[in-house]
Design a protein around this ligand. Structure first.
Ligand code: PGA
Length: 264
């Protein structure tokens, strides 16, 4: 895994936005996997700025979101549908018909999950998947003990995630939906590039376990160690538990110079 340590959340977001921008410029009809939560908001702000100020064009981009709460009204401010429109889709030119977000409804949920997987495939597969990481090491809503081969399906949130997400529901855990639909770890692992972001001291343990711990369903993000092209961008606070932080920093600073033969 390529590990990039940036000074703070702002720098993390900028670095991630540059990777997304470069991918869109290289492949204008990019299939982009998207995440919600507080982590990617700075990345979305930077993409909106690039769209407005630099003309970054999303008109051929297709998106797939990782997850959604089940039973939440779509218009609820904390549904991931609302989140995505508020934080990104209302501000860039992704055609509405190219946006995919998992359903909020339990009705025909199994057929929906199958359809979502088929639709990803029909669109050519996800080129670049943006990911946050939960304090319990989850990717999407793949809580500890999720199968590392799982596909899009219903999951039940752990108490830890319910507590974490209560901050979006007036601090009231009873308002946090317990059932969710999420891409599986197998779905995520099929993306050509996985870009995981993490910032802040609450993520120290999850980041260390995901990047340097054993691959285990107890920390589903650790599956990325098996991914052919996974990049983790973390800020200094979240990187505090990484044993090889100095190595990652050195590689980031010097690898291109080594390749170009400029390193003395
Ligand atoms: P956060 O959530 O970005 O709000 O910290 C991350 C996650 O649960 O995946």
């Amino acid at each position: 895994m390529e590990v990039i340590i940036k000074k703070d959340k702002k720098e993390m977001s900028k670095e991630a936005a540059e990777i997304v921008r470069d991918a869109i410029q290289k492949k204008p009809n990019l299939v982009l996997g998207l995440a919600t939560g507080s982590t990617p908001i700075g990345l979305y702000e930077e993409l909106i700025r690039m769209h407005r100020e630099e003309g970054l064009d999303f008109s051929q981009v297709t998106t797939f979101n990782l997850d959604e709460y089940l039973g939440i009204p779509l218009e609820h401010p904390e549904s991931y549908h609302s989140f995505m429109y508020r934080n990104l889709f209302d501000h860039v030119n992704i055609p509405r018909q190219s946006i995919h977000i998992p359903t909020n409804s339990l009705q025909n949920i199994d057929s929906f999950c199958e359809w979502y997987e088929d639709r990803i495939e029909e669109c050519g597969g996800i080129d670049l998947q943006i990911l946050g990481i939960g304090r319990d090491g989850h990717l999407g809503f793949n809580e500890p003990s999720s199968s590392l081969g799982s596909r899009t399906r219903i999951k039940t949130l752990t108490q830890e995630t319910v507590e974490d997400n209560a901050r979006f529901f007036d601090g009231d855990m009873s308002k946090v939906p317990r059932l969710v639909v999420t891409m599986g770890i197998g779905t995520i692992m099929d993306a050509r590039v996985c870009l995981m972001l993490a910032n802040g001291s609450s993520k120290v343990e999850a980041v260390a376990r995901a990047i340097e711990g054993p691959v285990t369903a107890e920390v589903t993000a650790s599956a990325l160690q098996w991914h052919e092209h996974a990049i983790a961008i973390v800020d200094e606070e979240a990187a505090a538990g990484l044993q090889r932080a100095d190595y990652y920093r050195w590689v980031y600073e010097n690898k291109q110079k080594l390749i170009r033969g400029e390193f003395q």
